[in-house]
Design a protein around this ligand. Structure first.
Ligand code: UDP
Ligand code: MG
Length: 313
């Protein structure tokens, strides 16, 4: 029985793989547990796959998944999860920025009874302006919007009990928000400080666009969590509010016109009132359509819940 699966996404990391594998191998052997390392080659166009195959041929604990092209880190992690057989699944980066020496600490925390243990790169070794500041802002927003209080959502070094990963539907750049998604499902979440090292070889695969994409993904995750069962509550609520403000404003203008003969021709407020009512109606209709779509969606796959135990004999 496999006890531990390590899942590692790889996109053009030729200089890092061998070093990572040696360190990892040493630590995992010391643990004296059954393990597998799953490298997911996310469409690398350097020598990464060649190096991986060589390692795979010499070590039966090493498995490789090779993507036909670059599908992104979330897809790679998700493919790894699907193949992972371990009771505990650990994800980490391939670029030597995560330290395999932290793995025993993650495992220990899991054995204390947590379902997910997330790494916190407290002394993060990344460029200040390009990475650390955006990451501070995005972690702050994520904490506020999801209500899940961990410091570092973006750290790939995380450990999961196997059952956490069933029914986890990942897409986009979503892997960062797995802690929030699983905390909402009622799994127990914890965080430990982990080491972080500067990238020595190869380049970071992400630029400034990631921040915007990440934020949009966050909106989807939060919207889905809060309103996916009744989108009309969000859209309809907003729609009614805007329409009501517009209607009141219009009513006020009409009274002025009727009783005090105030001209409406040069009043931008009239335009505002009309726009508010129209936008409000749009929101309500969007809400209705979204609600119908959601009905269709759930009638096909059933409601979302997560069962911890079933005593059914
Ligand atoms: N990665 C991947 N596919 C991608 C981009 C990145 O598999 O499209 C891998 C990459 O090889 C590394 C990890 O994801 O192992 C994190 O990437 P990177 O170090 O570039 O991110 P950063 O540390 O700069 O946030
Ligand atoms: Mg990195």
């Amino acid at each position: 029985m496999t006890e531990i699966s390590i899942v590692i996404p790889i996109f053009n990391e030729e200089e890092n793989i061998q070093i990572l594998y040696s360190e990892l191998n040493k630590i995992l052997e010391e643990l004296k547990k059954d393990y597998e390392i799953i490298f997911v080659d996310d469409g690398s166009n350097d020598r990464s796959f060649e190096i991986l195959e060589k390692i795979h041929n010499e070590d039966k604990n090493v498995k490789i998944i090779k993507f036909r092209k670059n599908f992104g880190q979330t897809a790679a992690i998700s493919a790894g999860f699907e193949k992972a057989k371990g009771e505990v699944v650990i994800t980490m980066d391939a670029d030597l920025q995560n330290d395999p020496n932290d793995i025993p600490c993650l495992l220990e925390k899991i054995s204390e009874g947590y379902d997910v243990v997330s790494g916190w790169r407290k002394g993060r070794k990344d460029p200040f302006l390009g990475k650390k500041i955006p990451s501070k802002i995005s972690n702050f927003l994520t904490r506020k919007l999801t209500g899940v209080n961990i410091h570092d959502f973006g750290c790939t070094l995380k450990a999961y009990k196997k059952e956490v990963l069933t029914d986890l539907e990942l897409y986009g750049e979503m892997h960062r928000y797995i802690p929030a998604i699983v905390a909402w499902k009622g799994f127990r979440l914890s965080e430990i400080e982990v080491k972080h090292l500067p990238r020595k070889f190869g380049k970071s695969k992400y630029g400034i666009w990631r921040i915007m994409k990440g934020f949009l993904d966050l909106l989807v995750v939060v919207f889905w969590q809060k309103y996916s069962t009744r989108p009309i509550h969000l859209f309809g609520g907003l729609g009614i509010l805007l329409s009501a403000i517009g209607a009141l404003l219009g009513f006020y203008l009409a009274l002025q016109k009727i009783f005090f003969n105030v001209s409406l021709a040069n009043k931008p407020a009239l335009l505002l009132a009309m726009v508010l009512v129209l936008v409000g109606i749009q929101f309500i209709s969007t809400g209705l359509i979204a609600d119908i779509l959601i009905k269709l969606y759930y009638s096909k796959r059933g409601m979302d819940y997560s069962i911890e135990k079933l005593n059914n004999d």
